[in-house]
Design a protein around this ligand. Structure first.
Ligand code: PLP
Length: 395
């Protein structure tokens, strides 16, 4: 007897390389001990949350016995939390962002889902540069949307704006970008984003329909070399920024993020009220109350960037030592090196012999590469060096 829908049955049966690695990892750790397995497969930020987390939670606890302290609230979130996020975005994006344009969400994942629910008709297309965060396909599919990946430039993973332009059709409702990028660590330049905006405006003029630019920015604060991360609010008026505190504050399990509509968008209230409604009717109702209050206490803090920068640099040395080619990630928590053999899945399987866990690039829509998450202890990175080198020598 079939217990789930055909669609979910298909999704569960599909090759999730991360899930496979997770299972293999459990077995290897049982056999060899956790310290002898080098697990670079999961992007679970391991930097400790900043000091304000404990202090903030104590402050939340002080009023927790008051009526409605953790009760229902407006679907868009507590006004103080919306205000705190709006203030932080105003400083970060260099554009005045009013509280009215911010909706607090259940992580960036929740934000993308409420936005898709609000704007997609069945069959609408969402264009997205590949490689891409694999959950995007499910998020679009949740509401009848179709993800249309467009390969970025080989090896550097800069945007291929001409290829994106060619992928646009009258059914394209949005372009979804992610910078700093998971899985490549790339940060798009102002020139690339302005070229993209030009293409999008041209397309809007041609179709007479709105084309949204959704900028998924959960890694914005993880920018290791201080390069410019341009504000899209300055570049394209139909932009919606999606963000979260999963990485910036190591609060991934607290499920707290936001969605912000470009202040320059003409007549934005229909969209804003639409996402407030979809936040409700998708059953999120509102973002978690404790996480919103905690965030309001610590919005100006962030995890220690040095910790991740040192690990990135250590991982680069490991790859150099093994002779594996990569484009140095400017941000986020990942390397996306070239597989030394054409078949990335075979290469990742070979790494398992050295108890190294990685994810093949095909899992992100771009075969020929593999992803390594460097949010792991420094000792794992260093101890993996000889294993990587031995695997490459053996090929
Ligand atoms: N977008 C990207 C590119 C991600 O890598 C992730 C999580 O890894 C998310 C969105 C989801 O983030 P959140 O935990 O805020 O829902």
């Amino acid at each position: 007897m079939q217990l789930v829908s055909n669609n979910i049955r298909e999704a569960m049966g599909g090759a999730s390389f991360i899930r496979k690695m997770f299972e293999v990892g459990i077995e290897l750790k049982k056999q060899y001990g956790a310290d002898n397995v080098y697990d670079f497969s999961l992007g679970n930020p391991d930097a400790p949350p900043p000091a304000g987390a404990a202090a903030g939670l104590c402050k939340v606890a002080e009023t927790a016995n008051e009526p409605f302290a953790l009760g229902y609230m407006p679907n868009a979130g507590y006004p103080e939390t919306r205000g705190a996020i709006a203030g932080s975005l105003t400083r970060e994006q260099g554009v005045d962002v009013p509280l009215s344009h911010v909706v607090v969400t259940t992580g960036a994942a929740g934000a993308i889902n409420v936005l898709f629910r609000a704007v997609l008709e069945s069959g609408d297309e969402v264009v997205c540069p590949a490689p891409y965060f694999m959950e995007y396909r499910f998020y679009a599919g949740n509401f009848g949307g179709v993800l249309k990946p467009v390969q970025s430039r080989d090896f550097t993973f800069e945007l291929d704006v001409e290829a994106i332009e060619q992928a646009l059709t009258p059914r394209t409702k949005a372009i979804l970008i992610n910078s700093p990028n998971n899985p490549t660590g790339q940060i798009y330049t102002r020139a690339e984003l302005e070229a993209l905006a030009d293409v999008m405006r041209r397309h809007m003029r041609k179709t007479g329909k709105v084309l949204y630019l959704i900028s998924d920015e959960p890694y914005r604060a993880l920018n290791f070399d201080g390069v410019e991360i341009p504000s899209l609010f300055d570049i394209y008026e139909y932009t919606v920024i999606v963000g979260s505190y999963s990485k910036t504050l190591s609060l991934a399990g607290a499920r707290i993020g936001y969605l912000a509509v470009c202040p320059a968008m003409p007549d934005p209230m229909e969209l804003i009220n639409g996402v407030i409604m979809t936040n409700r009717i998708l059953g999120f109702v509102n973002a978690p109350a404790i996480a919103q209050k905690l965030l309001t206490c610590m919005i100006d803090e962030q995890v220690d960037l040095r910790l991740y920068r040192e690990r990135r640099d250590a991982m680069a040395k490991v790859l150099d030592h093994a002779g594996i080619r990569y484009n140095m990630p400017k941000g986020a928590l990942y390397f996306f090196p070239q597989s030394p053999i054409p078949d990335d899945a075979e290469f990742v399987n070979t790494l398992l012999k050295e108890r190294i866990l990685a994810v093949p690039g095909r899992g992100f829509g771009t075969p020929g590469y593999f992803r390594l998450a460097f949010c792991v202890p420094m000792s794992s990175i260093e101890k993996s060096a000889e294993g990587f080198a031995r695997v490459v020598r053996s090929l």
